[in-house]
Design a protein around this ligand. Structure first.
Ligand code: ADP
Ligand code: MG
Length: 902
């Protein structure tokens, strides 16, 4: 690094020393002239700190306000971080917040807002900081932790303090604040104008991956799927607002927290050098990203931002994965929601596919289960090997349940090793690594005899028990070590001779004190004499007021208290130094030993991560096997064809709902030629929506590797599932407009392929009946007649008119849900049969709903009139004659709409 004297004048000449705004967030450092020079960052930081303390002691504003030196330090540190970040300032055993921050945080933390020298403040004990952080993060706040960088007892003047880390919704790693079964990512996006790059970092596990997306929509869907806690977006040059387009994409994808980051973090050259130096490589080929400029820009920006702006350690991020978006079935966010794949905030998780399938025993298994559901596979072999593994496990009944309970003992190995490599791992964390690794041999014993097939074989290979590490941990740490360092008691006796001696000295010291107290009582005759200890005065002799006359001459007075006085003696003083010295040195030694043990664990990070990942996969497979056995699922057959064939299929979620009627199984038969479009009619409440979702759900389950609730099934690979639900069924999502419905339908028509599966539920309902029918009809024709689309389609509709599609299009078949008409109404049979429903039964449903009789009678009359001229004179549906004469508007349409929506 260049000499300080050489650079300071340079910086002084160039930057505005009196404006602390110029210092804020390190802007001065990045003055272009400095950026291009040869200096490295750490040298610049040293200079920066020097300038800051200079500034601190000369700040005219602070001097005018007569702030104490400590509050001036507070002001300076506060000015360096972004406005919206709450500063937690370490003062003794507390983290204190002042001014605005105190007023904002106190109600969230539920602590008292007090005043100190006239300004508001509040505080929390430092050891409980984790649980408080969670509260602030959940309230959408960001927090800077400012620690004391030197021992207050040794500091000359004000204790040096620095912001050691900044915690944001996307980067919180405190266990108490994370949910076990969800990943918490921070994401970045970059655009080249032609395509998008997405990078996501999970700080609590060290996972970093990148993806490429050809369109804004697919980017949005991907962000929605990984649901990051926070997204970063570049600012334009000289601005502080995030890029508008990026912010809009995050907003669309439901990301609440968007953080602006300097634009040049996203510049390719800078981002590339960030990644090259972090991973210590000369090219990004090893990650498959050398020429992937958008991915590099996004990943580089995240890493730089988290390390430099948030000051977080990234040493546990050991690789970068290029996620193949092409290897997975595309599920847009509307489809994920319509099919209830994943729990949504505030909804009952058990009524989702995840809720039904997840019986994992570890948090990392639960997180992986999310991923598998959100990303069904496209590769036939890969799908088959998951099915094969699940089948093996269901057949190895004797092994399944012991395997699952052993897996439970591994706990969150993935996040534990991440915490340890962040140097924040506690003695308990290190112990947990040993506990987890010790279960591996037992797991291998159970798995080895049954493991067949590629997937279980590779899992078995990855499950390495690392016995040398287990041994090192067990030899060093006591059986149940304390949760924190610094208090001693974590290292076993016998590990270090020197440590044992120090401990003896400290313990003997305490025995000596007891003996000394007895001797002094005997010598002075004061029965109440006590030798006590406190942190401020060390050891002292306490004598109550009544006995002061008997104090011997060699006692030196130390302090007066309410009911007596405290004394010391030269002997006691000497002993105190020995005892305290030994105890202190013992703790320092314990910490040193622990640090080197932790370093040993860190060296094995990659190996432990591999074990964690294999265990997570095994956990998911065991969960799928367990569910398959418990819920009567069967293995689907996968093939190269284009057909979907299901016998006795059931809806996995609805069949599990408590107190619902017995679920009636149904078949399905679709292909790209003779049965391409299935038009399903039947009265409202008959079971149309349930049936079409059920088919899509079974496809998703099969391709994610699960068994399915069906007697028998075979599937050709589906590349994408689209769902579109008519506007009035979609109110829950708060986007009921017809426009949105049409946009999404357009998206389907533009993107579907002959390998796709389309589920259309009552489309066209958001407009008038005639409009709706016309659009629905034209959509069906397009899907049927356009060779590049020709996707298998399930089309549920209450527009009875659409059954006429089959008259003109060869690949369309009519199906309906059976109902039995009874004297005073209808009974739902829930069976899907070929052939159209003979009427729409809207009026029958209206009757069930309690509509008054006169209204029902009148409705029947109007319906009869409407149905009178359904076919033209030539016998084709008059509806679709190309140049239909304009018909007079019929007031009955509106009435019909309303009846159906009861
Ligand atoms: P539609 O879309 O025809 O109006 P839904 O699919 O919404 O009807 O189903 C109406 C009700 O019938 C739902 O409460 C659902 O749980 C129940 N249901 C649907 N299909 C079945 C089935 N096969 N077996 C049992 N109950 C079913
Ligand atoms: Mg419906």
């Amino acid at each position: 690094p260049p000499a300080l004297e050489a650079v300071v004048p340079l910086l002084m000449g160039r930057s505005k020393l009196n404006g602390c705004g110029r210092y804020a967030r390190g802007e001065m450092i990045w003055n272009p002239c400095v950026k291009n020079s040869e200096m490295d960052l750490s040298a610049i930081r040293v200079i920066y700190c020097a300038l800051q303390s200079f500034h601190e002691s000369h700040d005219p504003r602070a001097m005018a306000e007569k702030l104490t030196p400590m509050m001036r330090q507070y002001r300076r540190i506060k000015s360096e971080i972004a406005e919206d970040v709450i500063l937690m300032f370490r003062l003794g055993d507390f983290y204190e917040m002042f001014f605005e921050d105190a007023a904002r945080a106190a109600p969230i933390l539920n602590v008292a807002l007090t005043k100190r020298a006239g300004y508001p403040m509040c505080g929390i004990p430092y050891h409980a900081v984790d649980s408080y952080l969670g509260k602030l993060i959940r309230a959408g706040r960001k927090i800077a932790i400012c620690d004391q960088m030197e021992d207050p007892a040794l500091a000359k003047g004000i204790v040096r303090r620095e912001v050691t880390r900044i915690i944001t919704p996307g980067t919180i790693t405190e266990e108490a604040a994370l949910s076990d079964d969800r990943n918490n990512y921070i994401a970045a996006i970059a655009s080249s104008g032609k395509e998008f790059g997405l990078a996501a970092l999970e700080l609590s596990t060290g996972e970093l991956f990148v993806e490429n997306h050809p369109t804004r929509d697919s980017l949005r869907d991907a962000i929605h799927r990984i649901a990051p806690g926070e997204g970063i977006a570049p600012t334009s040059e000289g601005e502080s607002e995030p890029d508008r387009e990026a912010a809009a994409i995050y907003k669309d994808a439901g990301v609440a927290c968007v953080t602006p980051v300097d634009y040049w973090f996203f510049e390719e050259a800078f981002a590339r050098s960030t990644l090259l130096s972090h991973f210590g490589v000369t090219s990004l080929d090893g990650f498959g990203c050398e020429d992937n400029s958008t991915a590099i820009r996004a990943a580089g920006a995240i890493m730089q931002h988290v390390r430099e702006n948030l000051r977080r350690d990234l040493s546990h991020v050991t690789s970068m994965r290029l996620a193949q978006t092409s290897g997975y079935m595309t599920l847009d966010d509307a489809t994920c929601e319509h099919l209830d794949l994943m729990p949504q905030r505030g909804r009952d998780p058990s009524t989702t596919l995840y809720g039904v399938l997840n019986a994992t025993r570890t948090p990392m298994g639960a997180r992986l289960m999310h991923n598998w559901i959100a990303r069904p596979l496209l590769d036939l072999d890969a799908i088959n090997s998951r099915h094969e593994a699940v089948e093996t496990l269901t057949k190895a009944r004797g092994a399944l349940s012991p395997l699952r309970s052993l897996l439970g003992d591994i706990r969150d190995l993935e996040r534990t090793i991440a915490r340890i490599s962040l140097s924040r791992g506690s003695p308990r964390d290190v112990n947990a690594i040993s506990t987890a690794l010790k279960t591996i041999p037992a797991i291998r014993d159970r798995l080895e005899p049954v493991a067949s097939g590629a997937l279980l074989g590779s899992i078995l290979r990855e499950l390495r028990p690392l016995p040398h590490l287990v041994d090192a941990i067990d030899r060093t740490l006591v059986e149940s070590p304390p949760a924190t360092m610094n208090e001693g008691g974590m290292i076993r006796p016998g590990v270090s001779h020197e440590l044992d001696e120090l401990r003896d000295a400290a313990a003997n010291g305490r025995a000596w004190i007891a003996k000394y107290q007895a001797e002094e009582i005997a010598r002075t005759g004061i029965k109440t004499l006590k030798v006590k200890f406190n942190k401020v005065f060390g050891y002292f002799i306490e004598i109550s007021t009544g006995q002061l006359g008997n104090v011997p001459a060699d006692y030196a007075r130390k302090q007066t208290i309410a009911n007596g006085e405290r004394f010391t003696t030269p002997e006691l003083k000497e002993r105190e130094e020995k005892i305290l010295g030994a105890a202190d040195r013992a703790i320092i030694m314990e910490n040193d030993i622990f640090d080197s043990l932790r370093a040993e664990v860190v060296r094995e990070t990659a190996g432990i991560q591999a074990v964690a990942s294999a265990a997570a996969q095994l956990d998911v497979l065991c969960s799928l096997a367990d569910r398959a056995l418990a819920l009567g699922y069967e293995r689907p057959k996968m093939d190269e064809g284009d057909a979907i064939h299901i016998i006795g299929g059931r809806h996995p979620i609805i069949e599990q709902l408590p107190d619902s009627e017995r679920f009636v199984p149904n078949d399905a038969d679709l292909n790209c030629t003779t049965r391409q479009i299935m038009v399903i009619t039947g009265p409202n409440m008959a079971g149309k929506s349930t049936y079409i979702r059920q088919v899509a759900l079974l496809v998703v389950m099969a391709q994610m590797g699960s068994f399915i609730p069906a007697k028998e099934a075979s599937f050709g690979i589906v590349d994408r599932v689209f769902t579109r639900v008519g506007a009035s069924d979609d109110l829950a999502r708060g986007r009921s407009t017809f426009m949105v419905e049409m946009q999404e339908t357009a998206n389907i028509l533009n993107n579907a392929t002959p390998r796709s599966l389309i589920v259309l539920d009552e489309i066209g309902r958001g407009t008038s009946t005639f409009d709706g029918i016309s659009i629905a009809w034209a959509v069906a024709e397009h899907l049927h007649n356009t060779p590049s689309v020709k996707a298998k389609t399930l089309f549920a509709t209450h527009y009875h008119e659409l059954t006429d599609l089959a008259l003109t299009l060869g690949g369309v078949v009519n199906c309906s849900v059976l109902v039995r008409e009874q004297h005073d109404g209808i009974v739902f049979l829930r069976r899907i049969v070929d052939g159209p429903a003979d009427k729409s039964y809207g009026i029958a449903v209206a009757k069930l709903a309690g509509m008054p009789d006169p209204v029902l009678r009148r409705a029947r009359e109007i319906l009869a009139n409407l149905e009178a001229d359904e076919l033209s004179d030539s016998g084709t549906p008059s509806l679709v004659e190309p140049r239909a004469k304009p018909r007079p508007v019929r007031h009955g349409d509106d009435l019909q709409m309303k009846l159906f929506e009861m």
